[in-house]
Design a protein around this ligand. Structure first.
Ligand code: NI
Length: 175
């Protein structure tokens, strides 16, 4: 297993709509493992394919650090098939936007269908943090970041700061 490089926003790779995984092969399993390790080491509680340069509908989730009955999940082609009418605000962050946290309003409960790491179709009802993380990661597969759910003013400030931050890292690499 190997750790993958996480793409930092703003980056066009993070704005693409990802493709369905049509061929569930060994590379898919390896990528899920590598994504899981990358998320754990970051450390984070969720990671999506495009964040590590793969334009495929794959996400990994780990809520075991924050919840008593937390889950570790590897999901291929996740699709949210039901959303509760009741919304909840939750503070979100993202490995592609390091250091930024904002409250996002989302449906409290969802039902998601996906293929697990054994290519088995699963239907899962999620609430609380698990529901938030899955919705956040599925958004990534459609090129949506959590800052796309907040005011354009705040989004602009965060984007500008991240651009500066990325410039400073690149300058560091060149010097
Ligand atoms: Ni994220």
């Amino acid at each position: 297993m190997s750790e993958l490089e996480i793409i930092i926003a703003p980056d066009p790779e993070l704005k693409k709509k990802c493709e369905l995984v049509l061929d569930f092969n060994i590379q898919v399993e390896e990528l899920l493992d590598n994504m899981f390790v990358t998320m754990k080491r970051a450390p984070g509680i969720g990671l999506a394919g495009p964040q590590v340069g793969f334009n495929k509908r794959m996400i990994v989730v780990d809520t075991t650090q924050s919840e008593e009955e937390g889950r570790e999940l590897k999901m291929v082609n996740p699709e949210i098939v039901w959303r509760s009418e009741e919304n909840k605000k939750h503070e979100e962050g993202c490995l592609s936007l390091p250091g930024y946290f904002e409250y996002v309003n989302r449906p409290d409960k969802i039902i998601v269908e996906y293929l697990n790491e054994s290519n088995k179709k699963i239907e899962l009802e999620a609430k609380g943090l698990l529901s938030v993380v899955i919705q956040h990661e599925v958004d990534h597969l459609d090129g949506i970041l959590f800052i796309d759910h907040i005011s354009s003013l705040k989004r602009g400030i965060i984007s500008r700061k991240l651009k500066k931050y990325k410039k400073s890292i690149n300058n560091g690499k060149n010097n």
